[in-house]
Ligand binder design. Sequence first.
Ligand code: CO8
Length: 257
Amino acid sequence: MEFIIIHQQAQPYIAHIQLNRPKELNALNLQLMQELRDTLKALDEDDQVRVIIISGNDKAFAAGADIKQMAGKTAIDMYNVDQFSTWDTIKKIKKPLIAAVSGFALGGGCELAMLCDMIVASESARFGQPEIRIGVMPGAGGTQRLTRAVGKALAMEMVLTGRFITAEAALQAGLINKIVPVELYLTEAFRLAAEIAQLSPLAVKMAKESVLRAFDSTLEEGLHFERKNFYLLFASEDQKEGMQAFMEKRPPVFTGK
Ligand code: CO8
């Protein structure tokens, strides 16, 4: 891997991937996205991993797609390269993804953070969809996920002007989960990951899948989907263990079976 770092597992069941093109503010070129996709797919199949953190560095989570790589492309080049197939694969990752964001999360960087399930941000985080300033528009979910997260008024403002918003504004708008000082954003992401990692991985995966279904279905369909997953969890050992442990007044030990 050239453009991402897979950190040694610092805590059980938690994997940490760091985007690593610091000189380019982690601009998301095709290779970086392919490396990220391949790594996430492998981690999704690894029983020793239950939660995945994606971070950049203190200055940038990611400043967007690599403009230099895209600048000379034609529409047909873009069509043939089909860069969004990597995004479609990442969308299918079943385990929870936590974005640990400090500094710039712009364009594709903001879209990548929004593709994650939760966002922990440092006080220096700045979110934006500035594609309009370079003659294009968001292409990896920015007009859709941002609008669903923050509502029409702010999404329109961000997408049509390219303005950045602060971590504080992002928290108020419901885009992110938490803001902490810069020196703590990774610690906080790990704390959140650890809390989830001790729960039943099956229940967590199905709960994630069900919450995401809310964005793609009517209420009736979503409720139906939720109910099926709820029933299905009664086929798991973790359900027996979780409920038994509750009755025995002891902490449960979940195995993912
Ligand atoms: N692509 C390529 N290189 C970049 C990018 C980028 N998105 N962002 C920064 N860089 C490079 C700069 O060119 C510079 O390189 P060099 O030193 O060789 O000139 C280096 O990173 C440092 O950047 P700056 O000197 O500009 O740093 P500043 O602190 O002055 O400014 C900013 C930081 C404000 C973040 C500024 O760099 C900037 O505006 N960057 C571009 C932000 C942007 O427009 N992002 C949207 C890109 S388009 C997009 O994301 C489409 C998404 C849909 C497809 C998703 C597929 C992955």
